[in-house]
Ligand binder design. Sequence first.
Ligand code: M6R
Length: 609
Amino acid sequence: MCGIVGYVGEKQAAPILLDGLKRLEYRGYDSAGIAIHNCRHTSLIKTEGKIKVLEEKLGGAYPEGGVGIGHTRWATHGKPSDVNAHPHTDCTGDFIVVHNGIIENYQELKEWLQSEGHVFKSETDTEVVPHLIEHYYDGDLFEALKKTISRLEGSFALGVISRREPGTIVAARKSSPLIAGLGEGENFIASDIPAILQHTRRVYILEDGEMVKITKDKVEVTDFTGNPVAKPVFEVKWDAVAAEKGGYPHFMLKEIHEQPKAFKDTMAGRIFLEKCEIKLDDVHLGRDYLQSIKKIFIVACGTAYHAGMVGKYIIEKLTRIPVEVDIASEFRYRDPMIDKNTMVIIISQSGETADTLAALRESRKLGARVLAITNVVGSSVSREADDIIYTWAGPEIAVASTKAYSTQLIALDLIALYIAKTIGTISEDTIREIATAMKKLPEQAKTILDSVDTLKTLGRKLSEHQDVFYIGRGLDYPLSLEGALKLKEISYIHAEAYAAGELKHGTLALIEEGVPVIAPVTQEHLFEKTLSNIKEVKARDGYVIAIANEGNEEIKKSVDDVIYIPKTHPLLSPILTVIPMQLLAYYAAVARGCDVDKPRNLAKSVTVE
Ligand code: M6R
């Protein structure tokens, strides 16, 4: 994820910024840059690659000056490159900006600014910001930023300096974290606490809709209309390691909690309810092509494969095109029947998984068009696919995939709606119904995350068992596969998932007193059927934990424990149901004392066959 650090004070800014950026390195990034002012001039140095490369570029001679902003970029709009790295400037070079987040309406703003004569250098969404500030500047940087942000849609944490107002940093926050650090004769901005923890433990945590102006002696916070806001000072008590994880004990837990924001980012600028339209910038699939498609393959590994299995149900339901889901390591060697009437969807968080990449290459060789769903801009998969949907979930550091999975599901919903609309297999009313439900997912995810006490208790209970089973029907089945994978990979408890109707064809023999069975029952049209399978388990004294939609009182009578989740459209329910499953696995692993973020024998990115 992108990182921001800003400094104004009596010391040299460059070493403070570089040190701050290094403390954000763990979050992952692909380019870095700093801009420093002194009373005579401004220096701007940026590069693709790591901070080490930036330091080499500086050649040991840091630019002098007591005001500066720095950034580590994790590419979203535009590949990793020197020119796309932050900071970005306007036409004059007077206004310098760093940005985290996504400006959803940048294309429209860019076209308007270009028509006004502004010249753009990068492919980023961010570059519209310095040009807007240039447009609005009339002797007051803070006012210009205020006017600028009134034009922006999307999410942003912005830091701005200008040689027209040396000694000042202005910054603003909407849906992307930003803090102001309070020092003596110096002040800071940062996207994350670890960046400035070396220098101060006293911070203002900005809320959405707040702006800040800092000089070396003063920090003024206002709302977006300029009304002063009295902020309480937050005293950071965490040590540096805890601060990296945002105060969470593990990256996995942090990433689970990042899902509401990740959902918003994945949908940002893609769903237009009024026009009933799904817009996917890097997807160029025309009606003729989509109508010629006879079959879709979804190919992936691990958790991404499980997302693909959910995708099959949704794409088939909405588009009526047959979908086959394949494990990449099998697909590449099984001589799949592919031609130009086959479309292949590749799913990979990292975009670097060796088998998935090989499957992509094989598919293209055989004449298929390949659409990739990936989280990493500039990854091999993103470079080689014909069409791309980025999940924009931000870097995932824990080995266990959590926010990557749920955002892959959102991406699959988007592509299903896009294809169905293009070939006319869906009504506008159904698109609107699903899209409206999608927009509610971030808030609903938050509700689940706000009440985790039951999950803690149940996770601890599971930790005492050697075997756990998951059963589900319809979309609850592929979801169960993901729940079981999560539990086994981080807690080392043996976990298996079955289509609920399969239980009596063998696995029921393993159910005896106290054996835990986790049963999501979110698909109402299949409820009675799953309930009868749950009863089969209960008749053998198994211990059943159900995950049900709010309001399902019936289930209580037949199970030992129920975890309720907010009700959504049935096709979207795995996006919410997976959250309690992730947390159950997490708390079971913690109770067993496992290394949650780095489970034994596993790697985050599997770049070998
Ligand atoms: O980066 P990818 O999505 O291609 O990775 C695929 C799998 O290696 C990955 O999902 C793996 O299964 C995770 N550890 C599961 O949590």
